[in-house]
Design a protein around this ligand. Structure first.
Ligand SMILES: Nc1ncnc2c1ncn2[C@@H]1O[C@H](COP(=O)(O)OP(=O)(O)OP(=O)(O)O)[C@@H](O)[C@H]1O
Ligand SMILES: C[C@H](N)[C@H](N)CCCCCC(=O)O
Ligand SMILES: [Mg+2]
Length: 275
């Protein structure tokens, strides 16, 4: 029986469109590319914890990050989409987009209106598996919210169900808005993740203003309380407007340090788990 080397896979969904999935994906990629975090990701929590400090660097081959946007809508051929923004902000990551449709609509609707073939879930799953075989971390960004159809009766959760490895730190990252209304949207989204037997990997607040209002301040504790999922990242409002160098320098600080480090066990541990 051959075992394929396999890195970590995180599906990135959100409570809706425009909630900040792409910017959060770029921030997580940038954070994992930082040398000190890279050491933690490649070394795995046990080695990092032995060293006892975040600055422990592991002279591995470095973290290889892939970002897949299976289906992009609202762009015409050759127009930059989400992956262009990820590369602008995060830098050296592998990016793969598989299907794109011109109108800014749900992918299945946009495909039908364009008279184009619907996105094929099997193609998406194969592409994600190939990326995971050659990257330490593969982030897969859906389109819109969690139940948006990417193709024929396939959501980002159906893709995740066929690509994440149960019992590992793989899972589904949920990007949420900070304000009033977020509790309901977040719990509905997390319940949809769990309904497919998937692991919510954490909540990321897509943008946090300098002057949060009452609901926002309450949500910082209520979001994890009502969903049972920790807030593992909070991006400051304006993050996407930073110069890329500043974005990359600051990105790791927007995520929980221990969560970043547990993002992926060492490759050997992961290899052992891969059937
Ligand atoms: N923390 C932030 N600071 C500044 N701007 C932000 C931040 N997060 C998101 N934005 C902006 O908000 C808009 C929507 O963000 P983004 O494109 O990441 O949403 P999305 O959830 O990926 O949307 P889609 O469903 O289309 O993929 C973009 O213009 C983006 O630049
Ligand atoms: C065009 C937009 N930026 C996204 N790519 C697609 C959002 C689809 C949302 C569908 C819906 O929930 O109504
Ligand atoms: Mg996006």
């Amino acid at each position: 029986m051959t075992t394929r080397r396999r890195g970590r896979v995180l599906a990135v969904t959100g409570t809706s469109t425009d909630v900040g999935k792409t910017v959060a994906t770029a921030a997580l990629a940038a954070a994992c590319l930082l040398p000190e975090v890279r050491g933690a990701i490649v070394a795995g929590p046990s080695e990092r914890r032995r060293s006892g400090s975040r600055s422990a660097s592991h002279e591995g081959p470095g973290t290889r990050i892939a970002v897949c946007k299976p289906v992009q809508t609202g762009v015409v051929p050759d127009e930059p989409g989400d992956l262009a923004e990820v590369q602008r902000l995060a830098g050296d990551v592998t990016t793969v987009e598989l299907f794109r449709y011109p109108e800014p609509l749900a992918p299945d609707t946009a495909a039908r209106r364009a008279g184009m073939p619907l996105a094929d879930p099997a193609v998406i799953v194969r592409a994600v598996d190939e990326l995971a075989a050659s990257h330490d971390l593969t982030l897969v960004e859906g389109a819109g919210g969690v139940l948006v159809r990417l193709g024929e009766a396939a959501t980002i959760l159906d893709i995740a169900a066929k690509t994440v490895v149960p019992g590992t730190d793989d899972g589904v990252l949920v990007v949420v808005a900070p304000g009033l209304g977020a509790l309901n949207h977040a719990e509905l989204t997390v319940n949809a993740v769990r309904a497919l037997g998937l692991r919510p990997a954490g909540l990321v607040i897509g943008w946090w203003p300098a002057d949060p209002d009452l609901a926002m301040r309450c949500n910082r504790t209520d979001l994890p309380r009502v969903t049972g999922v920790p807030v593992v990242g909070v991006l400051p409002a304006g993050a996407a407007d930073l110069a890329p160098a500043d974005f990359r320098r600051r990105a790791a600080s927007w995520f929980d340090e221990d969560w970043l480090a547990t993002l992926s066990p060492t490759r050997s541990e992961q290899l052992a788990r891969t059937p």
